[in-house]
Design a protein around this ligand. Structure first.
Ligand SMILES: [Zn+2]
Ligand SMILES: [Zn+2]
Length: 136
């Protein structure tokens, strides 16, 4: 099990079991949403994930697929929390920077990097991570 929260602590969440995959996403939407160079994600079965405190706000972005990528964030402090993609209805993509107790490190393992075509020029590929120019 792992737990996480937003910066102000209003929203708390947790998931059980092992992640299906760990992934970095370098797409422009992830950069805009977080103000960072990429998002780091723990992808977990949606049934294993639950919000335990507070109610996140949501923002629907349209992905390249034309389908909705629902973004969940704290309405009070603005922290980016997780996404649910219409194209992947069975999983939740937890933004790993919100995880507690060092879990943001993804156990030192990145399974895949998405949207490497948009990766900022000062970053290099993570060794051992599958490289995907876009999504899948
Ligand atoms: Zn907050
Ligand atoms: Zn992205």
């Amino acid at each position: 099990m792992a737990s996480g929260s937003c910066m102000c602590g209003d929203i708390k969440y947790e998931y059980t079991g092992e992640p299906a995959v760990t992934a970095l996403c370098h797409c422009i939407d992830c950069q805009k949403w977080t103000g960072g160079a990429y998002t780091s994600n723990v992808v977990v079965p949606r049934t294993n994930f639950k919000v335990t405190s507070g109610s996140p706000k949501t923002w629907d972005a349209k992905g390249d697929s034309g389908k909705v990528n629902k973004h969940f964030f704290c309405g009070q402090c603005g922290s980016s929390l997780y996404t649910e993609l219409e194209v992947m209805p069975d999983v939740t993509c937890v933004k790993a920077g919100g995880l507690d107790n060092g879990a943001a490190s993804l156990g030192g393992k990145v399974g895949v990097e998405f949207y490497t075509k948009d990766r900022v020029s000062y970053l290099h590929e993570v060794s051992g991570a599958k490289q995907e120019p876009q999504f899948g």
